[in-house]
Design a protein around this ligand. Structure first.
Ligand code: CA
Ligand code: CA
Ligand code: CA
Ligand code: CA
Length: 390
């Protein structure tokens, strides 16, 4: 799941969990997207469906709190919230929860340990923290997002946790414990600031491969001063101040190891500012493709060419920029067939003061920015409110 970024320019905190925004933030209403296609303008619109969420965190026994690691030095790293995943790690038929935690920085060294958390679903509305037994706390790792996938086909879902300077691959041992197999697997992404990741079998050999989005070249040593040079007026910087990093693609060798095929596949463009990734078959040829939301940088769309390589159609597809040609602050990204025409559409969320965007699949390799012609804009408004609220 994608990490969620807080507002730039001041210290307003955002809700840290996009996926659980509905649970941890105030309740809000969603409008249905069905029946409101731009390609079917004559279809009668369905009435809004009221959906109400109740915060059950306390009664469920979930005590995890994401630590912002906030300091007056406005380290860029502090702008990132962390991700969360549902997974049935013990295969008992009940979905369990994994929360990714931040970590200590050069300036923020709390006395209490910062750990990610795995909660076992007890089946009665409550959860039990099993982090220490499972061995997935990742103490000392500044985590960001998490991707769940059974990379070794043993029937148990494994965890890939992205983060600052390195990522972690946890193999699920099937007995309630996990083993950190990052070094052997070769997917540490050392020096990278990995944000999101997705498991996908891009070559259809029956083994999940791994695509990882990396963000920017930042460290505490090159943390620039942005905002006014007076006390209380320093702000977090814009990603335009830093060079981007590369997207990574790792091929699964079927023996617990992976090969970095970023360059040979064409996915590893020289520079990205990746925040979110989604895998879907956008051209309906039966092969999974890759779309990446970049922060103030052109979004990417890579079409699978069936030979281990991808064609970069970012610009020709129309998803690189908004309809008015701006490279917006892409945060999260998802794909779904919103209008039931059998083709996957793309939705990208952005930072405050920008619209979230719905890109409608035109069936010919191009997308149309349908943000205004659909009701997605109203969803954006509600979701954005929930994300920037304290
Ligand atoms: Ca379970
Ligand atoms: Ca597995
Ligand atoms: Ca594969
Ligand atoms: Ca495809």
């Amino acid at each position: 799941m994608n990490p969620v970024k807080m507002k730039r320019g001041n210290a307003t905190r955002s809700c840290a969990w996009l996926t659980l925004a509905a649970i941890f933030c105030s309740s809000f209403y969603l409008q249905t997207l069905s029946g409101q296609s731009t390609s079917q303008p004559t279809k009668k619109q369905d009435p809004p469906i009221p959906v109400r969420f109740t915060d059950i965190r306390k009664s469920a026994g979930i005590t995890f709190l994401q630590d912002s690691t906030q300091t007056e030095e406005k380290l860029y790293l502090e702008t990132m919230g962390t991700g969360v995943a549902w997974l049935d790690y013990d295969q008992d038929g009940l979905m369990d929860l994994y929360f990714v935690q931040s970590g200590p920085t050069e300036l923020y060294k709390p006395a209490h340990p910062l750990r990610s958390a795995l909660y076992h679903n007890n089946g009665d509305g409550t959860f039990t923290d099993v982090t220490l037994k499972a061995g997935v706390g990742g103490e000392g790792h500044y985590g960001q997002g998490v991707a769940v996938g059974d990379y070794d086909n043993d029937g148990y879902p494994d965890l890939y946790v992205t983060g600052y300077q390195r990522a972690i691959l946890y193999h699920n041992n099937g007995d309630g414990t996990f083993t950190d197999v990052t070094a052997k697997a070769g997917v540490a992404d050392e020096g990278g600031w990995s944000t999101s990741a997705a498991w996908m079998d891009y070559d259809k050999d029956g083994y999940l491969d791994l695509v990882v989005t990396n963000y920017i070249e930042w460290s505490a040593k090159n943390n620039l001063w942005c905002g006014e040079h007076r006390p209380g007026y320093r702000s977090y910087c814009h990603p335009g101040n830093y060079k981007g990093q590369k997207i990574k693609l790792y091929h699964n060798n079927h023996d617990g190891t992976f090969t970095d095929v970023s360059d040979s596949s064409g996915v590893g463009k020289p520079e990205a500012k990746g925040m979110g990734v989604v895998v879907a078959d956008f051209n309906n040829d039966g092969w999974p493709d890759i779309a990446v939301a970049n922060d103030s940088w052109p979004n990417f769309l890579f079409i699978n060419k069936h030979d281990g390589t991808f064609q970069d159609v970012s610009f020709i597809s129309g998803i690189a920029a908004s309809e008015d040609g701006r490279y917006e602050a892409g945060m999260g990204i998802d794909a779904a067939d919103l209008d039931g025409d059998g083709w996957q559409d793309i939705y990208i969320t952005h930072l405050d003061f920008e619209l979230n965007r719905l890109y409608h699949n035109n069936h010919d390799g191009t997308f149309t920015d349908a943000t205004f012609s659909s009701t997605a804009r109203s969803v954006q408004t509600s979701a954005a409110r929930s994300l920037v609220a304290d």
